[in-house]
Write a new protein. Structure first.
Length: 230
């Protein structure tokens, strides 16, 4: 198995923590977010990693080097301009037939091997790790038709199946990715759905946190005190 890790974003939503550090190097507990993820991948038997880097790439490359000190092999794909979440894949020349792709700013106890094995056993262009997330609305929600209110719910909570930012791709998916321009996961999903291509969902019920905002970062640092991770 090989993992491609997206580590090129500016971490705008996580300011002020990202003023001096790229988001993957922001520490959770005693280690950078990305270092925790690398150690988890290693424990899952995934020791060949490619980091897609752009913003503050030199700091990430200086910290991880070739990965030898962590017992893995790390190489880098450097974007000259931001290419979104999926666009950077077109810069990597030696991708295997199936590979893991994930954001470099997530905290989870997902078994990456199980996700990969599910993808192999259930052939599809993409397998998406999914998580059930409850979203509370702090307002009364109305349904309106022809300027008339025909329904009302006070402060409802809705349940959604959201993407975890962890995927397994078949290499053929690159046929849908344009060269040398920004292309996001949302654009890819809409194109594959439009073309009626098979996309697997891999529901996960364990621990998952996307560390995108200061409140997420604060929660991660609280959770890590009681959660056993590498």
């Amino acid at each position: 198995m090989r993992a491609i890790i997206l580590a090129g974003g500016k971490g705008t939503r996580l300011k002020p923590y990202t003023y001096v550090l790229p988001k993957p190097l922001v520490p959770v507990g005693e280690k950078p977010i990305l270092a925790i993820l690398v150690e988890q991948l290693k424990q899952n038997g995934i020791k060949e990693l490619t980091f897609c880097v752009n913003h503050m790439a030199e700091l990430i490359m200086a910290y991880f080097g070739d990965g030898k000190k962590m017992g893995v092999k790390i190489n880098y794909s450097r974007e000259e301009k931001p290419l979104g979440t999926i666009g950077p894949l077109k810069l990597i020349k030696n991708l295997p037939e199936h590979f893991l792709l994930m954001n470099g700013d997530l905290l989870t106890d997902l078994d990456f091997t199980k996700l990969y094995d599910y993808h192999i056993a259930n052939p599809a262009l993409v397998t998406v790790g999914t998580y059930n997330r409850n979203v509370a609305i702090d307002f009364g929600v109305m349904t309106v038709k022809d300027n008339l209110v025909n329904g009302f719910v006070e402060k409802p909570t809705y349940n959604y199946s959201v993407s975890m930012g962890v995927y397994v791709f078949r290499k053929e998916v690159l046929d849908y990715v344009p060269d040398d321009r920004s292309f996001g996961f949302d654009q890819l999903m809409l194109q594959l759905i439009h073309d009626k291509k098979k996309i697997n969902a891999f529901p996960f019920e364990g621990y998952w946190l996307d560390i995108g905002r200061p409140e997420d970062f604060e929660r991660a640092n609280k959770d890590i005190e009681s959660w056993r991770i590498p």
